[in-house]
Write a protein that binds this ligand. Structure first.
Ligand code: ACO
Length: 324
């Protein structure tokens, strides 16, 4: 039996950075950012908003909604590309923060698809042993890895975290299936270098430092096509028609990607959850934050057929179908 999402939670830094704020840092404008990306504001972390702290606060809210104690957790998976340290994992920091003494914990790097990859992995653990309780988190402080001098990228990203608690489902409810993909040949179109190597022989050529580098137009093209195919393949495999989908939560990258995807998939806009205008692209955190907001707004009820999809660096992408 597939796993059910027992609770959701999210945590966003309080500090809001507007498009006008960015126009004071780089040569851009509110009008350019709104029309090209749909983003109006994003949240930028301050002291106390480290990736693991945002993650732990989101986790506590999800646990509280689920009625599950931290000590009951068997596993913590954190999807992130902005880990607090290289070692230990952000998941281990979260474990310490919330007191999940029984769990084992690790991070997963699949960029913006990190949450969906983690959800699928956790689902397999629950299918193997229905007594398991698992915390899946997407958490990022992309502001720490944004090149604040590059107007092509710095307007797109934001910080935040979202979490879900998974447990075994009752008949007819739960995660139906996932269609996850990646293509490492396309890595260079969206990537972030490692810190400078202490072994000169293994240094990456022309390492510009640790920040996001992106070929925006290429990413746009691949993202729309890949998510569209992942969705149609998944629906065909599961024998579900588009009409049956009640809510669609795509990765919140930017409004033009979302509009193009929605048009190509052919799903009515009123069935699409969009919050990119207020948070920007929060990478692995975007889907669990949107899930939590949709849930707390009452848009996810038992029986709701939910479709989720993502695309990110790697390239990594995928789609997941859930009977809420
Ligand atoms: N303000 C003003 N001008 C800008 C800005 C800015 N912030 N950024 C770029 N420009 C300029 C460029 O320099 C360029 O000027 P030029 O013609 O004088 O060289 C011009 O605007 C057009 O640049 P393009 O890159 O061609 O602009 P485009 O219309 O493609 O929009 C964008 C750029 C928004 C990045 C778009 O390519 C896109 O949405 N790509 C997808 C990227 C994305 O969402 N990545 C997130 C990670 S992956 C994911 O989550 C799916």
């Amino acid at each position: 039996m597939g796993s059910v999402i027992l609770g959701t939670g999210s945590c966003l830094p309080k500090r809001v950075r507007t498009n006008d704020d960015l126009a004071r840092i780089v040569d851009t404008s509110d009008e350019w950012i709104r029309t090209r990306t749909g983003i109006q504001t994003r949240r930028i972390g301050e002291a106390g908003d480290e990736t693991y702290r945002l993650a732990a606060k989101a986790a506590e809210k999800a646990l509280s909604m689920a009625g599950v104690a931290a000590e009951e957790l068997d596993l913590i998976v954190v999807g992130t590309i902005t880990s607090h340290m290289l070692m230990p994992s952000t998941a281990c920091f979260v474990q310490k923060e919330i007191g999940a003494t029984k769990a084992f914990a690790f991070d997963l790097n699949a960029a913006c698809s990190g949450f969906l990859y983690g959800l699928d992995l956790a689902d397999q653990y629950v299918r193997a042993d229905a007594s398991r309780k698992i915390l899946v988190i997407g958490a990022e402080t992309l502001s720490t890895r944004t090149n604040w001098e590059d107007r092509n990228t710095c307007v797109l990203f934001g910080d935040g975290a979202g979490a879900v608690v998974l447990g075994s489902g009752s008949q007819g409810r739960g995660l139906v299936g996932s269609n996850l993909r990646s293509d490492g040949r396309l890595w260079s179109l969206l990537h972030m270098h490692a810190p400078v190597s202490n072994n000169a022989d293994l240094e990456q050529a022309d390492n510009p430092g640790v920040h996001i580098i992106m070929e925006g137009r290429e990413v746009f093209k691949y993202a729309v096509k890949a998510m569209e195919t992942a969705i149609s393949d998944l629906l065909a495999r599961e024998g579900v028609t588009l009409d049956e989908i009640d809510l669609f939560i795509p990765h919140q990258a930017n409004i033009r990607i979302l509009n193009k995807l929605v048009e190509r998939v052919g799903i009515p806009l009123e069935k699409v959850f969009i919050n990119v205008w207020k948070y920007g692209n929060t990478s692995a955190a975007s889907i669990p934050i949107a899930l939590d907001e949709a849930n707390r707004e009452g848009r996810l009820q038992p029986g709701t057929k939910l479709l989720v999809c993502s695309f990110g660096g790697g390239f990594t992408w995928g789609a997941t179908l859930i009977n809420w």
